[in-house]
Design a protein around this ligand. Structure first.
Ligand SMILES: [Zn+2]
Length: 497
């Protein structure tokens, strides 16, 4: 850890534009939104909830091809459910240096930024925001219906979606979707980030992107300076109790952060994470970033959760040698699933509300590809049986196709059975039908075409048809668009978690 004394940046700063260089092919997609974020965390005294203050400077260029009358940003921590009693409050706003009144909408989860005159295609603006946030305590460990992604438990602070983030915009306009108690809530577009995180010196900070430097401040805090280019979100966690193991895969450093005492699990996560990264680099296309972090944390409701550049893994999977041996397959499936999300969700984006199958089915099937490669054909057969059982149970309870939007599912286990397991079974049959060569060529082409963008179901399906030269309508319709139910199983009943 290198500490250098430097003055801490305070307040709303309008600095010079940091030059970001990206591959030439990307110039046709950008310029991407550029976020500069300053975050200062304070841990409550006398048992109070942790709080933070933040500043945001967002440079936005209208690349939507039509004039915009307004911008919308999402304030996810105000949405309840998995954010608990958390909050995110904007205290001041400026558009191009002029103080602006913002309108809070969508039950506090969105803010409308009115523009004095429409922002024409190619025109840019600078939005500056000051904000504060509060984080619930013990929510992840006590609450069975929380992913535990915005929480302070067991000495770890997790800040998912802690800053006002641009809502996704497409031909349907601004997306201000409500949240559900299952699935992912955040639909966002690729952006560039530069972030300064100030925290007590003993905190080990884990975040999206790459740390450039640590700056020791006179008050004993440390400012961690990060850059994250071409990511959809910027996740932050910190704890004084973390240890780290590291491996190099090509030009990517893989870090496995674990709670001191869980070295075995930390080592296993590093092994699976590095193997998955190497395998998916070869099968899908290159992970372009210099760093990937794996983080042990409490996740009451999930085995893992994905963020750009950071993979969360449930601490329930870490333990003694006997314990780790007993759940080797489950551990490998969860870690490889979350690593695969770096391709399917992070690099190739999708509307996680309307087309959640696009990333979840592929991430689930990718864990099967991992199993075949590293655990053998028997493990893959076990996975197929497991997917089939879950798929059958879920289909008996809800009449919704694999490609249905999030609001068609009633709970996490039905959603999992249909979208994850049914979707993975679709890929198993597609691969058997096409053969490995065309199947992986199709996945690679899908990745190449939609990296840093948002893909749609018809674009994925068309890519496999184009690459393989085969017409796949029958297979697509039978698997993806038919809401078949098996009446004999109705009423067996799964209880929602
Ligand atoms: Zn997933």
């Amino acid at each position: 850890m290198a500490k250098r004394a430097k003055p801490l940046l305070v307040g709303l700063l309008l600095g010079s534009v940091l030059l970001v260089s990206w591959p030439r092919a990307l110039s046709s997609l950008g310029p991407f939104p550029y976020y500069r974020l300053w975050l200062e965390v304070s841990f409550g005294i006398g048992g109070a909830d942790p709080e933070f203050t933040g500043h945001e400077q967002l440079e936005y260029v209208n690349t939507e091809g039509q004039a915009l009358e307004e911008l919308y940003l999402r304030l996810y921590p105000n949405g309840g459910l998995t954010y608990g009693s958390g909050s995110l409050t904007i205290t001041a706003a400026k558009v191009n240096g002029t103080m602006t009144e913002l309108a809070i909408e969508a039950n506090g989860t969105a803010v409308r930024v009115p523009l004095e005159k429409p922002l024409l295609p190619g025109e840019s603006l600078v939005l500056e925001l000051a904000f504060t946030g509060r984080v619930p305590q013990g929510f992840a460990s006590s609450n069975g219906s929380s992913y535990g992604i915005y929480d302070y438990s067991g000495g770890m602070l997790k800040l998912a979606n802690w800053f006002p983030i641009l809502a996704a915009y497409d031909e349907a306009g601004w997306h201000l979707d409500p949240f559900y108690n299952w699935g992912d809530a955040v639909y966002s577009e690729t952006a560039n980030f530069e972030v300064w995180i100030t925290a007590p010196a003993e905190q080990v900070v884990v975040a999206s992107g790459t740390e450039l430097e640590q700056i020791a401040n006179p008050d004993g805090t440390v400012t961690h300076h990060y850059t994250a280019e071409l990511m959809r979100d910027f996740f932050v966690a910190m704890s004084p109790y973390l240890a780290r193991l590291t491996a190099q895969v090509g030009s990517t450093r893989v870090n496995s952060y674990y709670f001191a005492g869980d070295e075995l699990g930390g080592q296993k996560a590093l092994e699976v994470g590095a193997n998955a990264l190497a395998l998916f680099n070869e099968r899908f296309g290159l992970y372009p970033f210099p760093e990937l972090d794996l983080l042990e944390t409490s996740l009451p409701w999930a085995g893992g959760v994905e963020y750009p550049g950071v993979v969360l893994i449930s601490d329930k999977l870490y333990g003694s040698a006997e314990y780790m041996a007993k759940q080797e397959l489950q551990f490998a499936m969860i870690v490889s699933h979350e690593v695969a999300h770096q391709w399917w969700y992070s690099l190739v984006g999708n509307d996680v509300i309307r087309e959640p199958w696009l990333d979840e089915a592929l991430a689930t099937y990718s864990s099967g590809i991992y199993a075949q490669e590293f655990l053998g054909p028997r493990a893959y057969q076990d996975l197929l049986s497991d997917w089939e059982a879950n798929w059958r149970r879920a289909r008996a309870q809800v009449e919704a196709p694999i490609t249905a939007p999030l609001d068609r599912f009633y709970n996490n286990s039905i959603y999992y059975g249909i979208v994850y397991c049914g979707g993975a079974l679709f890929y198993d049959e597609l691969r058997a039908y096409l053969g490995d060569g065309p199947f992986f060529a199709g996945l690679q082409e899908y990745f190449r075409r939609f990296e840093y963008q948002v893909a749609k179901t018809n674009e994925l399906l068309a890519t496999f048809e184009e690459v393989s030269g085969r017409e796949l309508d029958e297979l697509y319709n039978r698997w993806l668009f038919t809401p078949a139910t098996s009446p004999s199983l109705v009423g067996e009943g799964l209880i929602g978690r």
